[in-house]
Design a protein around this ligand. Structure first.
Ligand code: AMP
Length: 371
């Protein structure tokens, strides 16, 4: 099948790498003018002149990036099957719509308010009780467009630093750790869940994902799967989705969802029987889903800003290196390394060895290193 992908970054690259063995071909449609995918056919179209050309070359369309104009995706959906649906995209672009949907589906969220001025931000902080996190309602990712208010007096500085007209203000969640659940839903409505991952962020950017999340209580896993299933079924979703959650003393609290393959699922390339990328391609091409079980235990380490000593990392017998063919730049995701092991003890040791060879990676701290 000829698959059209909206967006042309590393997620598109990994989707194609997983889709070629199943005899698919790929055409990327890039609106940014800066594609990094490095394979397949790429159509760069900053002002929408070549959309028809793109559509003539593909049978189905999906995306690797959710900050796309919904009108463009709706236009495409009128002439080609698009998975996931434009509605999924619309909801994920807007924190208020997303948290409202979670509420309607009985999925716990932090308490939240909307604010459209510095005064409203201050009022929300007082009502919710500090600390609170203020986030731009749209266009936020990787912790960008966010500020933590430790007291209502921080409202002025937070409003100025975020610089958006409409903010979501959330009560700060006192969590043990961050986890994510990734699932795929097929055209036939079958749902397959990956084991949850434990995610370690630094300055809003994912650094490590450990899967399966160590020591996860079975009822917590069941809750995560139920929340995910409710969202997927409500949206009539086809493809892979990620849901990020906080694990607290009283259970899971939902943070946000992504209508696409996700960085916290990169471990599945070697760490699961079928990767998230292959399952997304299977779903959007109308095929049955593959086995989502883990092989042993895994940790994904993001390569950010600088590549580090890749030669020595390539010598490690347990490290799988994935590079995105991007130039080094502070804060940029350049690749990732999947470290596999038979047990968590061994994993911890291997991850530390590997991280030492990378530049600027924070020390490996997670539930494994605390116990
Ligand atoms: P987001 O862009 O919403 O995923 O937020 C980025 C990161 O900020 C999350 O991964 C958390 O580490 C932190 N964060 C976001 N919202 C909250 C919250 N309500 N309470 C505590 N930490 C938060």
């Amino acid at each position: 099948m000829r698959i059209g992908i909206l967006g042309a970054g590393q997620l598109g690259r990994m989707l194609a790498l997983a889709g070629y063995p199943l005899a698919n071909t790929f055409v990327f449609y890039d609106l940014s003018g800066n594609p990094s995918v490095g394979l397949g056919e790429i159509i760069i179209d900053r002002d929408g002149q070549y959309l028809e050309d793109f559509l003539n070359r593909v049978d189905r369309v999906t995306y690797e990036f959710e900050h796309l104009p919904v009108e463009v995706v709706e236009k495409i959906a009128a002439v080609r099957p698009v998975h996931p649906t434009p509605r999924s995209l619309q909801i994920c672009q807007n924190r208020e719509a997303e948290k409202s949907l979670f509420g309607e589906l009985g999925i716990p969220t932090p308490q939240w308010r909307m604010a459209e001025s510095e005064q409203e931000l201050e009022k929300a902080a007082l009502e919710l009780g500090c600390p609170v996190v203020a986030k731009s309602n749209t266009e936020g990712y990787d912790g960008k467009g966010q500020a933590v208010l430790h007291s209502a007096e921080d409202a002025r500085a937070a409003w100025a630093s975020i610089g958006h007209k409409r903010l979501m203000v959330e009560k700060f969640v006192d969590f043990h750790r961050e986890v994510s659940v990734i699932a795929a839903r097929s055209e036939a409505g079958e749902v397959a869940f990956y084991p949850l991952a434990e995610n370690v962020h630094e300055q809003g950017i994912l650094r490590y994902s450990i899967a399966p999340a160590p020591g996860l209580a079975p009822d917590v896993r069941k809750d995560a799967e139920q929340y995910m299933a409710r969202i997927l079924n409500e949206l009539g979703y086809v493809g892979v989705m990620a849901l990020e959650l906080f694990e607290t003393d009283t259970g899971l609290v939902a943070n946000e969802m992504a209508p696409r393959v996700h960085n916290s699922g990169h471990w599945t390339i070697e760490g699961a029987f079928t990767s998230q990328f292959e399952n997304h391609i299977r779903a959007v091409t109308g095929q049955p889903l593959g086995n989502t079980a883990a092989r042993g235990v895994s940790c994904m380490i993001n390569i950010i800003g600088e590549h580090g000593d890749l030669k020595r990392i390539l010598e490690l017998p347990y490290a799988h290196v994935h590079l995105y063919d991007k130039a080094e730049r502070p804060g940029r995701k350049l690749g990732h390394i999947n470290v596999l092991a038979d047990d968590y003890q061994e994993l911890k040791w291997r991850v530390r060895n590997c991280a030492e060879l990378l530049a600027g990676v924070p020390e490996f701290h997670c539930s494994l290193t605390r116990s």
